[in-house]
Design a protein around this ligand. Structure first.
Ligand code: MN
Length: 245
């Protein structure tokens, strides 16, 4: 088995290092990841400047681009073979509910999925890398499963509580929950007296009911959500037609 690994925290982040170690035990792995932290870059591709692929060591490459750039380059020209799986993470911080739209971690996996490859995004719920090795063990366990009954390709978004492996309750198949609106932007003055803005934190859980990723995590389970990319609100098509006549 050959696995392409990427992330959005950068190729030196503890999460991707732990993930790579865990997966190297079961497969041939290649890392193609951003050269710096590109969190919340979503599915963006870099079109206005050139991208450079630097070999850091055997089978580890970093790119001056986004997570989507990295996987795109790997799949369309860099790798001499098509990987069996694309695995992204392990992200520092949760990607649950609406986070999945902004996430670069999910985006890297999405890029694999768009090229027809079963893909996984892994995130640790709390920042700080506590229990990252336990999370890597979970990732390896999930990646090793065959998911024979799942249609190909599939895209799985996995969130892992920061707990020792023995204290995880198990794994649950979930749907995405929903968050409240993001908190306000943070406005401050720079040392020159100019106003500057920092994007504020994501909103708290609004729908964390049973069956959601939020609920699974709250109860100590690993949350595994199958994702789709078609954003069409099918129920609104007929209603929209009336508004357009
Ligand atoms: Mn990140």
């Amino acid at each position: 088995m050959r696995i392409l690994i990427s992330n959005d925290d950068g190729y030196l982040a503890p999460g991707i290092i732990a993930l790579t170690e865990a997966l190297a035990a079961i497969a041939e792995v290649v890392v193609v990841a951003p050269d710096s932290n590109r969190s919340a870059s979503s599915n963006s591709l870099t079109l206005e400047r050139p991208l450079f692929v630097i070999r850091a060591q055997d089978n580890v490459y970093h790119v001056n681009g986004t997570p989507s750039d990295c996987v795109h380059i790997a799949l369309t020209g860099l790798l001499p073979w098509k990987p069996d799986l694309v695995v992204s993470g392990i992200n520092q911080g949760q990607n649950m509910g609406d986070d999945t739209l902004y996430s670069g971690t999910v985006a890297a996996a999405t890029e694999g999925y768009l090229f027809g490859i079963p893909s996984f995004a892994f995130s640790q719920v709390e920042k700080g890398w506590r229990e990252v090795k336990a999370a890597a063990q979970v990732a390896r366990d999930i990646v090793q499963r065959s998911f024979d009954d799942m249609p190909r390709p599939f895209l799985l978004n996995v969130n892992i509580p920061n707990r020792p492996h023995g204290e995880l309750k198990g794994m649950l198949a979930t749907r995405l929950g929903k968050r409240h609106q993001s908190e306000g932007v943070i406005k401050m003055l720079d040392p020159h007296g100019r106003e500057m803005y920092w994007i504020g934190p994501a909103g708290s859980a609004k729908d964390g009911s049973e069956g959601t990723d939020f609920h699974a995590i709250e109860n100590g389970y690993v949350s595994v959500t199958p994702l789709q990319l078609d954003l069409t609100q099918r129920a609104h098509i007929e209603t929209l037609k009336k508004g357009l006549t």
